[in-house]
Design a protein around this ligand. Structure first.
Ligand code: DGY
Length: 415
C-alpha cells in the first residue's frame, strides 16, 4: 500500500502518464501533441531514470524535421479534436503533420546533457542525431538572423513566450480584421484569466494564415510576414545550441564546417540585444528597430548563452530577494506586469533551470543554488504546474506538466 508518494515519484509518474509512445505530451487536454522545446526538457527528465527513453524523445522530435532543416514547434502525431489550431489550419509541409514555425532550439543542448549522463550508451545516438541538429542550426543561420546576428522570432508561438510584452509593439502592427471565425480550445481546458487574450489570439491565427498562404516558404515570408522580432529567447538558445554543437563535434571528431564563425556571429547578435537605457537584454523589432523595453525571464538566459553581465547579475540578486517566487516572466515593477497571465508575469520552472545552468557554469554558484532551491520549494509546495503566480506561488495554466516534472528530476529536486 502506498501511503506517501515523494515528489520524485510523482514527477516520474507524470512523465510516464504523459508518454504517448516515443514522445511526451506537455499535459493532456491543453497540449495533446509533441511540442518541440517541451520535448527537449522532457528528455532531461527521462535521462534520470530511463536513458533510452530520453534518446527516443529527441529522435522522435527530429523525425518531424522538414527538408529545409526546420524542426516544427508542434508535431501532430495523432489527431486530437480538443486542440486548436490543428494540422488542417497550419498546413505544414514536413514528413509528419505539423505546425509551420519552430521553437527555441534546446535539443542540441539537452542531447549533450543526456549524453554526458551516459557516454557509453549515448555516443551512437548522439552521432546519429548530429547531422539533423546541425541542419536545424543552419536553418536558423539562413532564415532567422537580423543584420546584427540576433535571432528573430516570426511568430509569438515560435519564441515560445506567446503573449510576452516583448511582442506588443509588433503585434499592434498586424491587421487581423479579416481573420474570420474560429473556436479557441485552450480556454475550455484552463482558466481564461491565465491565458492570452482574444486580441492576441486573433493575431496568432492571422500569422498562421499568412504563413500557410505562402506555403511556409521562408524566402517569401521574409517579404510578407509583418512580425519579425529579434529576441533574447531565440538569440541565447541558438547561441547556446551552436556552442554545444561545436563541443560535440570536437569531442566526437565530427567535421562541422563553419560552427566557430557561427558562434562568433550569434554572440555578437545576442550582445546587440543589450538595451543600454533599460539596463537589460531586451527584444528589438526587426522591422522598425524599436526596443520592446521589456525585462523578461528570457533576459536572464544570457549566462545560458555564455554571456556574463554584472548588471544582469545585480538584477538576479534583486529578484531572488524581492520576488517571493522568482524568476517572474516580466518585471513586477513595470506597468504591464500581470501575475497570472501566462508570459506577462508568471514564473516558469524550466526557464529557471536554463538560467540556473548558465549561472552555475559562469561562476555564479550562489545565485544558481538560490534559484534552484526556490524553484524546488515552489514545485514541492504547489505541484507540477505549467507555471506559477510569482507573488503567491499558486499554480496556473495546466497541471501534471511534463517539463515541470522533468525540471524536478534533473535539477530542482536533486539532492
Ligand atoms: C498554444 O497553443 O497555446 C501554444 O502555446 C502554441 O504553441
Amino acid at each position: 500500500m502506498n501511503y506517501y508518494t515523494t515528489p520524485s515519484e510523482s514527477a516520474r509518474n507524470i512523465l510516464i502518464a504523459n508518454d504517448r509512445g516515443g514522445y511526451t505530451i506537455p499535459t493532456s487536454g491543453l497540449y495533446p501533441y509533441q511540442w518541440n522545446w517541451d520535448s527537449a526538457v522532457a528528455a532531461l527528465g527521462f535521462a534520470e531514470f530511463d536513458i533510452d527513453r530520453a534518446w527516443v524523445e529527441l529522435e522522435t522530435l527530429f523525425s518531424g524535421q522538414w527538408a529545409d532543416g526546420m524542426v516544427p514547434h508542434i508535431l501532430f502525431h495523432k489527431p486530437d479534436p480538443g486542440y486548436f489550431p490543428g494540422p488542417d489550419v497550419w498546413g505544414g509541409t514536413g514528413p509528419i503533420a505539423s505546425s509551420g514555425v519552430t521553437q527555441p532550439p534546446l535539443a542540441a543542448t539537452m542531447a549533450r546533457r543526456v549524453w554526458e549522463k551516459d557516454r557509453v550508451v549515448g555516443e551512437a545516438r548522439l552521432r546519429a542525431l548530429f547531422p539533423a541538429m546541425l541542419a536545424w542550426h543552419r536553418w536558423f543561420m539562413n532564415w532567422r538572423l537580423d543584420e546584427h546576428g540576433a535571432v528573430c522570432t516570426t511568430h509569438p508561438w515560435e519564441a515560445g513566450r506567446d503573449n510576452a510584452p516583448d511582442w506588443d509593439g509588433a503585434m499592434a502592427g498586424i491587421d487581423a480584421s479579416d481573420v474570420g471565425e474560429y473556436q479557441r480550445r485552450d480556454t475550455s481546458h484552463v482558466n481564461s484569466a491565465d491565458r492570452p487574450t482574444k486580441y492576441d489570439y486573433d493575431r496568432y491565427i492571422k500569422l498562421v494564415q499568412i504563413g500557410r498562404e505562402a506555403g511556409w516558404d521562408q524566402a517569401k515570408l521574409l517579404e510578407l510576414n509583418p512580425f519579425r522580432v529579434a529576441d533574447p529567447t531565440m538569440s541565447f538558445t541558438t547561441l547556446r545550441a551552436a556552442r554545444d554543437l561545436l563541443t560535440i563535434s570536437q569531442e566526437l571528431g565530427i567535421a562541422a564546417e563553419g560552427l566557430n564563425a557561427d558562434v562568433a556571429r550569434l554572440e555578437a547578435g545576442a550582445r546587440s540585444l543589450w538595451n543600454e537605457a533599460l539596463g537589460a537584454f531586451d527584444a528589438r523589432d526587426a522591422h522598425t528597430g524599436e526596443w520592446a523595453e521589456s525585462v523578461s525571464n528570457a533576459s536572464y538566459l544570457c549566462w545560458y548563452g555564455g554571456i556574463d553581465s554584472s548588471q544582469m547579475l545585480d538584477r538576479v540578486k534583486t529578484v531572488l530577494t524581492t520576488v517571493p517566487h522568482p524568476i517572474p516572466s516580466y518585471d513586477p515593477n513595470m506597468p504591464k506586469f500581470d501575475e497570472r497571465r501566462y508570459w506577462r508575469g508568471p514564473t516558469w520552472a524550466f526557464m529557471n533551470m536554463l538560467a540556473g545552468f548558465g549561472l552555475a557554469e559562469m561562476g555564479h554558484g550562489v545565485e544558481a543554488e538560490a534559484l534552484r532551491l526556490k524553484t524546488a520549494r515552489l514545485i514541492a509546495g504547489h505541484g507540477f504546474a505549467e507555471y506559477y503566480d510569482p507573488i503567491t506561488g499558486s499554480p496556473a495554466g495546466g497541471n501534471s506538466f511534463t517539463w515541470t516534472a522533468a525540471v524536478w528530476l534533473h535539477w530542482a529536486g536533486r539532492n
